[in-house]
Design a protein. Structure first.
Length: 144
């Protein structure tokens, strides 16, 4: 249940962040927005490390598979792409497509056991659910 609560929190902030980033980009451009967002994120992350006292794990970072360190670069792509999408198609469609894409990729990661996750069976209902979500987006945008 706690995992669901964190997912709900992330969903709220992803939607709001994309709109905020679009407003920031009106003044500093998309790449400037990306730098600002990650710079502020760095400051707040360092503050949280100080508050939580989580210094012990930082010494282990040299043991991390280098592939997984690309998550920081992915963050740059995410901020840029989500912000650009909100600017071009609006928050609702941008976030809807983002969510369905995330779900489809996560399903593939689970089904194939990529990146060290436990492999889960892929029942036909999972791709069907994603297809229904895509149809929902089409219906949602049909007359709007």
């Amino acid at each position: 249940m706690v995992g669901i609560v964190f997912a709900l929190i992330a969903g709220v902030f992803v939607a709001i962040q994309s709109v905020f980033n679009a407003r920031v980009s009106e003044h500093v451009g998309l790449w400037g927005t990306t730098v600002i967002v990650h710079g502020i994120g760095l400051v707040f992350s360092l503050a949280m490390i100080l508050l939580a006292g989580e210094f012990t794990g930082l010494g282990e970072w040299s043991q991390i598979n280098r592939l997984y360190l690309l998550g920081g670069a992915f963050g740059m792509v995410i901020v840029y792409s989500a912000t650009r999408s909100v600017i071009l198609v609006g928050p609702t469609l941008a976030i809807a497509v983002l969510i369905v894409t995330q779900l489809a990729v996560a399903m593939l990661v689970d089904a194939n056991g990529w990146f060290g996750v436990d492999r889960l069976s892929l029942h036909w209902s999972k791709p069907l659910g994603i297809l229904i979500m895509i149809i929902g987006i089409v219906i949602f945008k049909w007359r709007g």
